[in-house]
Write a new protein. Structure first.
Length: 262
């Protein structure tokens, strides 16, 4: 029978924890490695909705991209959201594993997959390890031919569920060299510039990062934090299903971006 540790070992090999940022909290965060694991749910974030789904569907393990908890908890009570969710999941016997930034940077991780979906060529990390050049922060590559930002937005919507796409230049601007950083990737703008990218696609960035990109002539395209990573969670569910055929694996059906445009 599959145990939680078996899934953890697979995830550690797929997205090695050593690739995670120093500030991150990755790996098995909650649970007993020796506990049987027959049902696995992936999600972007453990929220009330996704936690209740896992409890209702009797999941043994949640693989959540964003860690729960992310920061150390001083108390485990029901008074604060992170500790309340930890309490509920622990009571239900559900373990939690987070690959987070290790998955972002992995050879077959979220950034690499988005580069593939967009058809980029000559793809490489924005910043890589000399020993392992296929892994590292973000990705950069060339479009087969120059396109307008409007055409790039259409291409993005064709491969992921992006509710709203924003850019700091008009849709007519021509781009060819694209940098990618899922989630809150604005901090990688300088790496995109060093790699001579004329377009930088990320989930979200601060106002000042958007202005700085414009000043440097770089089209900064925001596709939404949720949209920039949720497809990777569905991809990961498929990977787990293929490798643990005796397990019931699914990507959270209740998870949403929790954003409404008014």
């Amino acid at each position: 029978m599959v145990q939680v540790r078996d899934v953890c070992n697979f995830l550690d090999a797929f997205a090695p924890p050593k690739l995670a940022e120093s500030w991150d909290n990755v790996g098995l965060i909650l649970g007993d490695p020796q506990r049987p694991c027959q049902k696995i749910m992936t999600c972007l974030t453990v929220t009330d909705e996704s936690a209740q789904e896992a409890i209702a569907d009797r999941a043994d393990l949640i693989v959540s991209h964003h860690p729960l908890p992310f920061r150390p908890l001083q108390k485990i009570t029901t008074e604060e959201t992170p500790s309340r969710l930890v309490w509920q999941l622990a009571n239900a016997g559900i373990s939690v594993y987070s690959p987070h930034t290790a998955f972002d940077s992995a050879a077959q991780g979220i950034n690499a997959e988005l580069a593939r979906l967009l058809g980029l060529v000559d793809v490489a990390p924005l910043s890589s390890d000399a020993v392992e050049p296929a892994v590292g922060s973000g990705r950069r590559g060339r479009l087969p031919q120059p396109v307008t930002l409007g055409e790039l937005a259409t291409a993005i919507r064709a491969v992921i569920d992006a509710e709203r796409i924003e850019a700091n230049f008009p849709r007519e601007k021509i781009v060819k060299r694209v940098g990618i950083a899922c989630g809150s990737g604005g901090s990688l703008l300088s790496l995109a510039r060093q790699n001579e990218c004329d377009c930088f696609v990320t989930g979200e960035a601060t106002f000042h990062t958007i202005l700085e990109a414009a000043a440097q002539g770089i089209a900064l395209v925001q596709i939404g934090h949720y949209a920039s990573e949720r497809f990777g969670i569905e991809m990961l569910a498929n990977q787990l299903h293929d490798n643990f055929t005796d397990c019931d694996v699914w990507a959270s059906r209740r998870e949403t971006s929790c954003r409404n445009w008014l």
